[in-house]
Design a protein around this ligand. Structure first.
Ligand SMILES: [Zn+2]
Ligand SMILES: [Zn+2]
Length: 426
């Protein structure tokens, strides 16, 4: 790449910087077409036209410059500012998005490690809201809700189904008025986390995300009785082709998008990881969010429940062996969705087993030239139970058994030794 010197601008380049501030898109376009204009030229401070456009909050100019090949990661500014930082300074969310979508690098200092240390201070904060403050006659958070809310916001399992389950199982929480109070308190904590001198973006994002799930619960509760069960079903409903839970993915993306502080590095990091991924592909928004908030890297070697995302799930669907649950209760909750694809997954599993066996035998053959007289010991897939009828109860979930394909929940199904079937609860 040609080295561009700071402050050595042609007349047309100077005119372009003027036009970015005050002119029209047409004028800018005309100038950019000139051979005397370099799209990544630098003014005396090391600012590119794109940085100028971002700083001045001109979205159309930014897009035009990016189309003309502006380098979104140019790093020549005297104070090390990038176009993305200028976008943040302008306070224009759309420009921030445009920069991120153009591949802007975020200099991420992951503050995950701070979360645990700040948890104590954080509990204090929750207690604070259980007492009336200032002119209030009532506390923002009724003391009886502090315990249940604390349980939810300190969880490391951010799976939306798990959060709704935790709400659903507590009669104190599972009503509109209580959820209203809780989500407002979480929004306040989120704001505090962002505005205090010792900013904590991770905790802020977590509060915001859980608040969004609470608000979804409120929407469903408004419709009548038992509506949280309906919400859980909506979250688990898979698309016909592979059972991927589209609504769940959308809900998580939407809550990240609604995070009110667009300058937050963590938000930018999340958007950068999620925006280019088509809905239905990996990584899921859930895995990206979980990793950012809990620091949990990848999902290898640990089993996560397909229904509720809980760690350490070990009961596999005995038919397809491709999904895993905490217990039969989680399996039952998921069955309405899983039964539609269980047969397909079973086929995939069997194919996979066959291929693995084939590969293994080929390897063995190559490794043991003229040595063995035993022949090839290809592993055959185990006999499977009958495929359940449509609408029937779920098949027994059994202890985990080898499967290594990415299951539709986007989590890695890893390996486990085969064991006996789970004792039925019925
Ligand atoms: Zn579960
Ligand atoms: Zn199955």
């Amino acid at each position: 790449m040609v080295h561009i010197k700071k402050g050595e601008l042609s007349q047309e380049e100077k005119a372009l910087l003027e036009v970015i501030g005050k002119g029209t898109i047409q004028e800018a376009g005309t100038l950019l077409a000139s051979k005397n204009v370099r799209v990544n030229c630098l003014d005396e401070n090391g600012m590119t036209p794109l940085m100028h456009a971002a700083y001045k909050g001109k979205l159309d100019m930014c897009k035009l410059l990016l189309r003309h090949g502006a380098d979104v990661n140019c790093h020549q500014h005297e104070h090390g500012y990038t176009a993305l930082m200028f976008a943040a300074l302008s306070g224009n969310k759309d420009i921030t998005w445009a920069m991120l979508e153009a591949g802007a690098e975020t200099d991420v200092v992951n503050s995950v490690g701070r979360t645990a240390a700040q948890m104590a201070a954080f509990v204090e904060r929750l207690n604070y809201y259980t007492k009336p403050q200032g002119l209030d006659t009532e506390p923002k958070l009724p003391p009886k809700l502090a315990g249940p809310l604390h349980k939810i916001i300190t969880t490391t399992n951010l799976h939306p189904v798990k959060i709704v389950m935790l709400i659903n199982e507590n009669p104190l929480l599972a009503e509109e008025a209580a959820l209203n109070k809780c989500y407002k308190v979480m929004d306040l904590i989120c704001e505090k986390c962002m505005k205090q001198s010792d900013m904590n973006e991770v905790l802020a994002m977590k509060m915001h995300y859980i608040s969004c799930i609470f608000q979804k619960c409120i929407n469903f509760l408004k419709d009548g009785e038992n509506k949280l069960d309906t919400l859980i079903k909506s979250l688990l409903k898979g698309r016909p082709s592979d059972g991927f839970p589209i609504y769940q993915e959308k809900i998580i993306r939407e809550s990240i998008r609604k995070f009110p502080y667009c300058e937050a590095t963590l938000l930018q990091q999340l958007v950068r990881s999620i925006a280019p991924v088509e809905i239905g592909s990996d990584p899921t928004a859930f895995s990206v969010l979980t990793q950012a908030i809990t620091g949990q890297v990848g999902f290898v070697d640990v089993e996560f429940c397909t229904t509720c995302g809980e760690k350490g799930a070990s009961k596999r669907c005995s038919v397809c062996k491709m999904v895993i649950y905490c217990d039969q209760s989680c399996q039952k909750t998921h069955w309405f969705a899983h039964k539609k694809i269980c047969k397909n997954l079973k086929d995939i599993y069997e194919k996979q087993q066959l291929e693995a066996a084939k590969e293994k035998s080929e390897e063995d053959n190559n490794g043991k030239l003229d040595v063995s007289s035993n022949g090839i010991d290809a592993e055959q897939p185990e006999a499977e139970p009958a495929v359940p009828r449509e609408g029937a109860d779920p098949p027994e979930a059994v202890e985990g058994e080898k499967a290594s394909l990415q299951c539709h929940a986007g989590l890695e199904c890893s390996q486990d030794a085969a064991a006996g079937p789970l004792a039925s609860e019925e």
